[in-house]
Ligand binder design. Structure first.
Ligand SMILES: O=C(O)c1ccccc1N[C@@H]1O[C@H](COP(=O)(O)O)[C@@H](O)[C@H]1O
Length: 213
């Protein structure tokens, strides 16, 4: 069976980056969104990303960026992949793709099967869909809320694009999440923290071990 890929999102220190790399993360996420407790500037993202070996992909998370800003921020951060986690329109991603040529992930907020069935619009626009739980009404954060959705919705679903699973994953539930959904790429942020924005090296290690077992 193919090894499950793993993204640790919201890395902001050399210590937590080292833990993620030592335990086999395939993707490292840097959050550039001022309202997030995980927000870092692009200079720090570049410095941390510079410690990643070439096979580890550096993902810059942005929310509703103007395409020109997305291109500048990606360049400053040295990103390999852009994760668009707001309510971007397809034309916005097309413009970002034209400017950067980077791999683009589009976050899809999921509560019901209707949310999954509306994803055909991303064909030819995004490279990967990232399913996340729909945020609570009025939430400041469109993601990173530690909330999961009903994984059973993914059973038998015909995905419009390659996809990844996120939302409320943690060391205790990630193996079940992979088993239930068949995910080949999982993404975690708050589930490997001791408090919002503070990553925990032991939880990172436990998550990566559980995801690969
Ligand atoms: O992590 C954040 O602060 C964040 C802010 C704005 C948009 C998305 C964010 N994180 C992403 O949300 C999902 C789920 O996170 P969690 O594991 O439930 O905390 C994940 O893809 C993060 O990359």
């Amino acid at each position: 069976m193919k090894r499950v890929q793993t993204k640790i999102c919201g890395i902001s220190t050399p210590e937590t980056l080292a833990a993620a790399l030592a335990h086999g993360a395939s993707h490292i996420g840097f959050v550039h969104f001022a309202k997030s407790p995980r927000h870092i500037d692009t200079g720090l993202a570049r410095a941390l990303g510079g410690r990643c070996p070439a096979h580890v992909r550096r993902v810059l998370l942005l929310v509703n960026p103007h395409p020109a800003d997305a291109a500048r921020l990606a360049d400053e951060a040295g990103a390999d992949i852009l994760q668009l986690h707001g309510d971007e329109a397809p034309a916005q991603l097309s413009a970002i793709k034209a400017l950067t040529g980077l791999e683009l992930w589009k976050a899809v907020p999921v509560r019901t099967s209707a949310d999954l069935n509306a994803t055909a619009q991303w064909r030819g626009v995004a490279d990967r869909l990232l399913y996340d739980a729909k945020p609570p009404a009025g939430s400041d954060l469109p993601g990173g809320n530690g909330l999961r959705f009903d994984w059973m919705l993914l059973q038998g679903h015909r995905h419009a694009l390659p996809w990844a699973l996120s939302g409320g994953l943690d060391p205790a539930n990630v193996a079940e999440a992979i088993g239930t959904t068949g995910a080949t790429l999982v993404d975690v942020s708050s589930g490997v923290e001791s408090s919002p924005g503070i990553k925990d090296v032991d939880k990172i290690a436990a998550f990566l071990k559980a995801a690969s077992s």
